[in-house]
Design a protein around this ligand. Structure first.
Ligand SMILES: Nc1ncnc2c1ncn2[C@@H]1O[C@H](COP(=O)(O)OP(=O)(O)OP(=O)(O)O)[C@@H](O)[C@H]1O
Ligand SMILES: [Mg+2]
Length: 491
């Protein structure tokens, strides 16, 4: 579906690099809305046929965070005649800021507007329309005065093509808002004004002295961002860590006049809690990995104990049973081994399959060589199905190498084949294991078998995973086991 913004973007003749300039403006214009306590619109010339009246199209709209909005309706995507938005049209044509007033139909009186030309290279490509209430027009407090002052300087930069910055860092980091903490410094980096929230951020960093007139360094805050931004005339983002428990994100926007920085705006946000959560999450991942690692180690110890004990018994049922148990424990430990390497709860099942196949090949007892091949893959599966599925596959492979080719006379010795197919589609998971061996006993029914191996498999697939399993004759002899798991299990 096309959004109104996409539609609006496609209805102008601007070049891709011009549109990119406007996208950069969108990334940072929340600051402009807050500094001016105003609603902002961005309008560009709409592409029109030669005999049509020229129009403008609204491609962006933002509301201030610190004042009620003047524009309750969503205007993005609307086109208007240039003649009816004549102030914007004039700003676009002349490349000058055009101020005036327009009638506001909902408020029922005229409201002040400011039309700011957005320059890119030697062309005015758009107009930023500022709509505000008369109540905010005259600043009363010191901080309002400073906000307006900085807004005015940014407006001059927009009109001169110096804002937004060409190499604006497009990080994933959320841009701080003005309300987070606002500091204005002069061309030397001396603080001229700091908002109450910025003072709080300084307090958190252990700075209680007067801020005005000092640089960050003099205050003991090593924020090289400020000096960098002033020296390079580019915006800089930095995280300042004061004592191990306070982290403040500092975004520094240089204020330029004739390509030289004569000051800078610094937005400060205390991100201590955010970072603490990040670290907790990291250590939680590490803890989960550690647990899987230990579980794997313990299971391996158990499986070694079982095989030690099996070796002490004379060959017979007891010994075979201990070896079986050992193998089952080992197939579970495979899953934990993989989970201990990967912190997500998704397991690359193909790695497990490789190990299971190796385990089965190692336990071939018949005189006949057995070849196991795997087709397809399941991709990643969640840990809660990986374990039962691994145990199931281990049992089925074990059965194939143990029973399918047993009793074949050496005269007819040929290679036995076992095939595993794995598929992961919208219908869920499909796993099959087939062999070309002697096939099942007549009258065999997996539903009714009481032997341990298949009982475990049935229980895991049907009761634990709500899947289904069938076992019967394969085409051309041998045995075919088919397993289906519903898609709810596959994330
Ligand atoms: N691929 C196969 N080919 C031929 N017969 C099979 C195959 N898979 C299973 N069977 C038959 O089904 C029976 C039941 O299998 P099941 O895995 O439940 O027990 P088991 O392998 O005998 O013992 P264990 O509990 O050690 O697995 C086997 O004894 C065997 O006769
Ligand atoms: Mg078995």
């Amino acid at each position: 579906m096309t959004t109104p913004a996409e539609l609006a973007f496609s209805s102008t003749d601007l070049t891709p690099s011009e549109l990119a300039h406007l996208q950069r403006l969108f990334r940072s214009w929340s600051i402009l809305a807050d500094l001016s306590f105003s609603d902002l619109l961005l309008v560009v010339p709409a592409s029109t046929l030669s005999d049509e009246e020229p129009r403008l199209v609204v491609i962006g709209q933002i509301r201030p965070n610190n004042r009620p909005t003047m524009l309750v309706q969503d205007l993005v995507g609307q086109t208007v005649l240039r003649t009816s938005w004549s102030l914007s049209a004039t700003a676009l044509e002349r490349g000058e800021v055009v101020r005036g007033a327009v009638h506001h139909p909902l408020i029922g009186e005229s409201v002040p507007v400011e039309n700011i030309p957005v320059r890119f290279g030697d062309r005015v490509i758009a107009v930023m329309v500022r709509v505000y209430s008369r109540a905010v027009a005259t600043p009363i407090s010191l901080y309002e005065k400073n906000y307006f002052d900085v807004f005015g300087r940014l407006v001059a930069m927009i009109a001169a093509g110096e804002f937004p910055f060409a190499q604006e860092e497009v990080g994933t980091e959320e841009v701080p808002r003005v309300g987070d903490g606002f500091v204005l410094v002069d061309g030397e980096g001396r603080i001229e004004f700091a908002s109450p929230n910025a003072s709080n951020a300084f307090h958190r960093m252990g700075v209680y002295s007067t801020l005005e007139g000092h640089t960050f360094t003099e205050l003991g805050v090593e924020a090289s961002a400020v000096q960098w931004a002033l020296a390079t005339c580019h915006p800089v983002v930095e995280e300042v860590e004061r004592r191990p428990d306070v982290i403040v994100l500092v975004q520094c926007i240089p204020l330029l006049e004739h390509h030289a920085a004569n000051g800078a705006v610094i937005l400060m946000r205390d991100v201590t809690d955010v970072r603490r959560l990040d670290r907790l999450l990291l250590s939680k991942d590490a803890a989960i990995r550690e647990v899987h690692h230990r579980v794997k180690n313990n299971l391996q110890t158990i499986s070694s104990l079982l095989s030690l004990q099996a070796r002490r018994l004379a060959s017979g049922d007891g010994r075979a049973a201990l070896y079986e148990a050992e193998r089952r424990v080992r197939s579970i430990s495979l899953v934990h081994e993989i989970l201990s390497r990967d912190p997500s709860d998704q397991v690359p099942f193909d790695e497990i399959v490789v190990s299971l196949v190796r385990m089965a090949e190692d336990s071939v007892v018949s005189p006949q060589p057995v070849e196991i091949t795997v087709h397809g893959d399941l991709g990643e599966v969640t840990a809660d199905i990986a374990t039962p599925l691994a145990v199931t596959l281990a049992e089925l492979l074990q059965n194939a190498v143990e029973h399918a080719f047993a009793g074949s006379r050496s005269a007819e010795r040929r290679v036995g084949h076992v095939e595993v197919t794995l598929a992961h589609g919208p219908e869920g998971l499909e796993v099959t294991v087939s062999d070309d061996g002697k096939g099942l006993e007549p009258g065999f029914d997996i539903e009714r078998t009481t032997s341990l191996g298949l009982s475990i498999v049935r229980d895991l697939i049907v009761s634990q995973l709500s899947g289904s399993i069938t076992m019967g004759a394969a085409e051309g002899g041998g045995t075919l086991v088919e397993i289906h798991l519903p898609p709810t299990h596959v994330r």
